[in-house]
Design a protein around this ligand. Structure first.
Ligand code: AMP
Ligand code: GLY
Length: 415
């Protein structure tokens, strides 16, 4: 009997559960803590993603055969190390390998050492040297990155010396996010895309690339968010670009981590940019991306569970991809990413095809309510991106809720 546990409660884990449920090899699928979307496919277990002991005890008691980790919070706490200690099979990086995401300076130093293309940079831990560097560099915009997890607020692009001073003061004197250093980085220009790969030590297997839309409003205006939509089949990426990103970035990084005695297992996410000087790394993440996973996994035609088991057993997995463009739109609470209200009822009609993934919802008396900043992600596929877009927005238009907004231009870079 095969039992699988997915850790997480957002849209990406809803997509992971949806895909796992297609596998005939899983007898019981659990999600901790899960959400109402995941309840369609999994048995929900009320254990928080940061309750590592609680999750270990549950996995031991239920004799879970495979655990898949969604959020970086669990990884950064060392959940994989703890599961491994107890002989429990888990797919994700150790606490030390999670540093590719949790420490910008660590990731940049490895990229420099192994010639992986990225923006040039310097690391500073004291305010005076950072200020002297910014003064002598005197080029704007300039990118300042806090060297640690900062809830998505650790990257600030400054346009002049005054702005740099304020941000460096926040990060290095007031310690807004904690006591850590700052990476000061060259500002790159180009189109961004996300390239996720399944990794086990040197073995790297690619997924299809996707593009995220990070700003809150149409035409990339407004504040940064966790992502307002995503799509596959990017018009600006050639096969050559994808092969280059695979060989020169993702495989090189996986091999570099093995050489550094810090082998990576799990999903390595390359946040990449196509610049006029070639493709460069903006960041690495140590997990499935959100909202990219919600458009990438619907394109996987082969068995996700079997692929992960094979990868963990050093066997070549079967990964078959549906090439049809896939597009997803996030429905967010009005006001997000700033303050917003919750508890608005949502009506979702039955759909013949496509997906409605839950990001921030809850159930009360059998009714569905908003329960977060990003609430739902609606996804559909077409034979062209235009068709995928029309089908998705038709679904979006028929969902009723008094307090949701969404971007109307998802996919714009490739239409
Ligand atoms: P990160 O948290 O590293 O993903 O950074 C957040 C966003 O800041 C990225 O998605 C980019 O849009 C932007 N960004 C980060 N680093 C750079 C850079 N070196 N040049 C231009 N934009 C950047
Ligand atoms: N889509 C960006 C992320 O998952 O970090």
């Amino acid at each position: 009997m095969n039992k699988v546990l997915v850790i997480g409660s957002g849209g990406r884990c809803d997509a992971i559960c949806m895909k796992l449920k297609e596998s005939e090899k899983i007898d019981f699928l659990f999600a901790a803590p899960g959400n109402p979307g995941m309840a369609r496919y999994a048995i929900l277990v009320p254990i928080a993603v940061d309750d590592v002991d609680g999750l270990v005890n549950f996995a031991l008691k239920e004799k879970i055969d495979l655990t898949i980790v969604g959020p970086e919070a669990s990884l950064a706490l060392g959940i994989v190390d703890e599961f491994n200690k107890h002989g429990l099979k888990i797919f994700g990086p150790t606490k030390k390998a999670t540093m590719v995401e949790s420490s910008k300076a660590y990731a940049k130093d490895i990229m420099k050492k192994y010639n992986i293309p990225t923006a040039s940079y310097e690391v500073f831990s004291d305010y005076d040297s950072a200020i002297n560097y910014v003064k002598s560099n005197n080029t704007y915009p300039l990118v300042l990155k806090y060297d640690g997890l900062a809830l998505g607020k650790g990257v600030v692009i400054v346009n002049n010396f005054e702005e740099a001073k304020v941000t460096l003061n926040d990060m290095l004197v007031a310690h807004e996010f904690g006591k850590s250093s700052v990476v000061i980085e060259e500002y790159l220009v180009g189109k961004e895309f996300s390239f996720m790969c399944f990794v086990n030590k040197e073995n790297v297997y690619k997924m299809i690339p996707a593009q995220d839309h990070k700003r809150a409003f149409d035409n990339d205006l407004g504040p940064n968010t966790g992502g307002m939509g995503a799509y596959t089949r990017l018009k600006f990426l050639t096969n050559e670009d994808i092969n280059y990103s695979y060989e020169e970035i993702m495989v090189k990084m996986a091999k570099a981590l093995v050489k550094e005695n810090n082998p990576f297992t799990g999903i390595l996410y390359g946040g990449l940019m196509k610049t006029k000087d070639g493709i460069k790394v903006i960041e690495f993440n140590a997990r499935f991306g959100d909202p990219e996973t919600e458009v990438v996994l619907p394109c996987l035609k082969s068995d996700l569970y079997q692929a992960i088991i094979d990868i963990l057993n050093d066997k070549e997995p079967e990964l078959i991809w549906d090439n049809r463009p896939t597009l997803g739109v996030v429905l967010a609470s009005k006001g997000y990413p700033k303050t917003y209200q919750k508890n608005f009822e949502i009506f979702i009609p039955p759909f013949e095809n496509g997906y409605v993934f839950h990001m921030g919802t809850k159930i009360n008396d059998d009714k569905l309510y908003t329960n977060g900043g990003r609430v739902l992600m609606v996804v559909n596929q077409g034979y062209t991106l235009e068709e995928a877009k029309d089908l998705t927005y038709d679904m979006v238009d028929s969902i009723e809720c008094a307090n949701l907004f969404y971007r109307k231009d998802i996919g714009k870079d490739s239409l």
